[in-house]
Design a binder for this molecule. Structure first.
Ligand SMILES: Nc1ncnc2c1ncn2[C@@H]1O[C@H](COP(=O)(O)OP(=O)(O)OP(=O)(O)O)[C@@H](O)[C@H]1O
Ligand code: SF4
Ligand code: SF4
Length: 308
């Protein structure tokens, strides 16, 4: 089974439009959306959710009020400042007249789950509880099964959730005897991108002819090189700045990178997005044709990688 990852570094280069367009062309595949912070592939593929699954990130400290003596030791040892004194409750056991002193509270957004407070609490009042950090889904789309996810607001662990999405996509692909996984990668070059890059067959980096697009292409190429992932490049909207496109092509040539495709600016791409249909399923225009040609070249490249 092979895995094609589509990434871009910066947002807005057209990565999601291109993944959806490829999804409508490819056969025998499973789709994965690893942009777990702002998944949007499903907007174009109109999935019917078949299963909703909880995702637990790192554990968070929870204080058992009945056991807490209010000694404040946990406040001292938490280097993330996640534990503070709770406001006194009138007439409660942490009120001025109460016999048990101030009760403390954990800010779960600041708690990093290190567990130090549980070891230092003399009353054994703190335990670590798994934290529901998001959900992952298996859905059916007109273009094949899709694994996607949504991380909760302000939650970290996006790398872990990306790994989960990839694991499930592989499991599903094996179950369905699919030959390919097409993955919409997360933006940037941080932890989620690393989690989505490792071990893929080929990374298609979508760039655009702007200074920022080129800069991010370079960063992603370096990252992929570090993980020994083969890279090929798509220059989207290349005709908007032909000179910059030529510079990017020259850079690719110098780095030994192939250009899988050059997609022109085409109003059909925006129309496809508005109508929530993959470009290649609704257009015979210039961009759709260029994506089809790119798909052919990607198939050839992946076949070559298989033979190596
Ligand atoms: N070749 C093209 N011609 C015209 N418009 C395009 C083209 N490619 C992308 N666009 C437009 O650029 C915008 C961004 O596209 P898209 O959402 O696919 O990018 P993205 O990289 O996935 O963005 P994000 O990172 O925000 O998810 C959309 O409005 C889309 O219609
Ligand atoms: S260390 Fe334990 S007993 Fe002391 S304030 Fe914290 S939770 Fe309460
Ligand atoms: S688990 Fe670590 S970060 Fe969380 S409250 Fe305890 S000491 Fe602070």
């Amino acid at each position: 089974m092979q895995e094609l990852l589509v990434i871009s570094g910066k947002g807005g280069t057209g990565k999601t439009s291109i993944v959806a367009a490829l999804a409508a062309l490819a056969e025998d595949k499973v789709l994965a959306d690893c942009d777990v912070d702002a998944a949007d592939l499903h907007l174009l593929l109109r999935p019917e959710v078949e299963s909703v699954n909880e995702f637990y990130g790192s554990s968070k400290a929870v204080i058992e009020a009945g056991r807490c003596t209010g000694c404040g030791r946990c406040i001292e040892v938490c280097r993330f400042g996640a534990i503070t004194k709770a406001a006194p409750v009138a007439g409660g056991e942490n009120s001025a007249s109460g016999s048990r002193g101030s009760i403390v509270q954990v800010d779960s957004l600041s708690c990093e789950g290190c567990g130090v407070c549980t070891m230092m609490c003399p009353a054994g009042a703190i335990t670590m509880k798994p934290n529901l950090a998001g959900y992952w889904y298996i859905s059916e789309t007109p273009y094949g099964p899709l694994v996607h996810a949504q991380l909760g607001l302000a939650e970290d662990n996006s790398g872990k959730l990306v790994t989960k999405v990839r694991q499930e996509a592989r499991r599903l692909a094996e179950e369905n005897k699919a030959r390919l996984i097409i993955t919409d990668g997360p933006p940037g070059i941080g932890c989620p991108v690393i989690s989505s890059l490792t071990g893929v067959t080929l990374a298609l980096v979508v760039t655009e002819p702007t200074v920022a697009g080129w800069h991010d292409l370079e960063r992603v190429v370096k990252l992929a090189g570090h993980f020994k992932v083969p890279v090929t490049v798509c220059i989207n909207k290349y005709d908007l700045a032909p000179e910059k496109s030529r510079e990017i092509e020259a850079y690719c040539y110098d780095e030994g990178l192939t250009i899988a495709g050059k997609i022109p600016f085409d109003a059909d791409v925006a129309r496809a997005l508005v109508n929530a249909v993959p470009l290649t399923a609704c257009s015979r225009g210039a961009a759709a044709n260029a994506v089809k040609a790119m798909w052919d070249s990607l198939l050839v490249r992946m076949e070559k990688i298989k033979m190596q």
